[in-house]
Ligand binder design. Sequence first.
Ligand code: TMP
Length: 229
Amino acid sequence: MGNRGLFITFEGPDGSGKTTQINKLAAVLKKEETPFILTREPGGTAISDKVRAIILNPKYSELTSKTEILLYAASRSQHVDEKIRPALESGKIVLCDRFIDASIAYQGYGLGQPVDRVRSINRFASGGLTPDRTYLIDISPEAGRRRMIVRGGRSGEGLKNAARGLDRIERRHLAYHRRVREGFLTLYRENKQRIVLINGEREEDAVFQCILQDFRRFFNKHMTYDMKG
Ligand code: TMP
């Protein structure tokens, strides 16, 4: 990996707690003065955030699966060129909340679109960029949904009312989210060198210790130069 930074992604079904975990890792890096950026998908740049607003807006029920794949890929392409690659080239660690694995799990396995096509569109969009390490925080769709409802302060309402605060993707049926989860687990089985599977149904701190331990080992193995120099 030379003097290029490390590209670290966090993935998982909705409600897995990955955003909390990525923020915790960012706080450690900040404290230790390790150069990094924290970013997310869809989004991460002004243009990509506009695309995010379209993709997640529940009012666009007419949005087709093909358009959905392409919008995620468009958002990603801008994000990679404008933000991720320059940060990696300057030696920074890039912490990214979701990347191509999410498109494969949500649009490929979830929507039943051809996984190879989703992969090749995204290869084009990202210029072939692959994460160096991915933390896949696994949770059942039932537990994930409960968490999202509690997080949104909607636990006192019925499930139907509670769904009102969810975005266009989160609102999909549990069967869809089961396929997404299975998709992520398939990706894990195919990429065990890169993807670390974490049980996200445990205590927040226990989950974080697992991530931090692996991250430190990975960092020490791959970052051979003095990042503060
Ligand atoms: P978030 O919950 O991580 O902010 O992501 C927003 C939603 O977008 C989430 O339901 C997962 C979904 N998503 C996809 O369906 N495909 C993708 O490529 C990405 C990045 C996210």
